[in-house]
Ligand binder design. Sequence first.
Ligand code: NAP
Length: 522
Amino acid sequence: MSELLPNFLAGRWQTGNGPGIPLRDPVLGDELVRVDSGGLDLAAGFAFARERGGAALRALSYRERGALLMAVVKVLQAKRDGYGEISTRNSGTVKGDTAVDVDGAIYTVGVYAKLGAELGDRHALLDGEAERLGHGASFQSQHVLTPTRGVALFINAFNFPAWGLWEKAAPALLSGVPVIVKPATATAWLTQRMVADVVAAGVLPEGALSIVCGSSKGLLDQLQPFDVVSFTGSAQTAVLIRSHAAVTERSVRVNIEADSLNSALLLPGQGEAALDLLAKEVAREMTVKSGQKCTAIRRVFVPESQYAQAAAAISARLQKTTVGDPRNEAVRMGALVNREQKDAVLAGLAELRKEAEVLFDRSAQFLLDADPALSCCVAPTLLGVRTAQASEQAQRIHDVEVFGPVATLLPYRDMPQALALVRRGQGSLVVSLYGSDAPALAAAAAELADSHGRVHVISPDVAAGQTGHGNVMPQSLHGGPGRAGGGEELGGRRGLNFYHRRCAIQASAGVLDALQAHITKP
Ligand code: NAP
């Protein structure tokens, strides 16, 4: 039997009392490790984090907590190679995809460590300037942000076991809020190993970081009014979180990052250069992490006159994507995470094919070192509809998120129709725009800003330096309205808001001066 990974709760390692759920290699099918959360004293674990971890973190300033994050960066960097091995075995990812997760995690913690240094030796944050109340100048209102006195529970998705932990933990810890993470079971091993390394290094105060692997049963029941819960995963599970009594009765603050039908849009009147940039980005988005990215491009909008050219350009790039066992150096795209995801992707593809035809399908070509029957590899597939009218009539294409290497090419008639079609995603994480006319790009960006968390604009002058449609940079907001869950994460300093409580302090100018001195006191 494989190793049963322990959970870290109440400051100690504890194994669950059940048989454990096995985690598997999605290419070879081997059992790797098991996870189990049965029998844990969750109430004691949450109380320990809330009281011990919270008090220790809040006693530090932002600068000191930033220094803790820098120590975490060093631990993770030192252990990086081991993470790559776990990722290859458990997530079936090629080296580049592992880097998106692991290096993305380390980079994000580093950015928040630096923000801590910038915020300096203070224990709370001022929110805006003091404003006069009433007639005289003396009675004023000053908003302040103080760390919430609770725990941050993270319930995470399978696709980013490293980044998914740290993109949330970095702002939480910098804010002075202890973290309890429950990674998705399928890929919990990497998250557990990272927590184990940080715990072993002793760089964080006791209770600051805990992990529960396996079933989520009972976790939400522990939440109290000043706790927060941040969820990343499917829209169905999001409904369960939102309707839990912790949220509906105890007002626990909740952040949801759910599924999203992100778009790429080639503006009208563009030449070959812009079309090539679009094709390159679409092919990359379809294949990085085998399309298992919440930000991946699912719908590609091009003018009707450029449909055939776009189909050929994207297909030519996908043709180069060798699929198979990521341990083979010639492989460019590994596996989906497990059998359930493979079945879900194939079912989703069949659904979309009721409205779209296949423009490119690599599945007839051999998988490298992978058994098609055993492995969870799925080759990239580009779908398409031929007319702008069909783009408009389609329902499923604007509604079904296939969480794999699949995208649909959709022609449009004119810009108003293109914008309306993009909005059929009902709120998305990101849209990317391709063109060379700055005013037209700016106008489209402004039009789509209300329905997206991020608008990524690729013009020729940034072609080489742009950070990628699907890459979540910690300086920018991550999250999207409507269907995408309505959440907000990262965005530099904005990422701290979720972990702070805002209060208006109404007092004399003298008291407010004293308040400022108080919160910046070493
Ligand atoms: P999922 O099935 O909803 O699972 C997400 C997490 O919720 C897992 O940790 C899961 O635990 C847990 N969970 C399941 N049932 C629960 C319950 N009743 N109460 C509390 N927690 C529960 O989603 P997934 O399949 O892992 O992730 C794929 C989806 O996530 C896609 O739709 C994708 O678009 C979305 N996603 C969004 C973002 C974003 O930032 N917007 C990022 C990545 C992924 P178990 O694993 O133990 O079941």
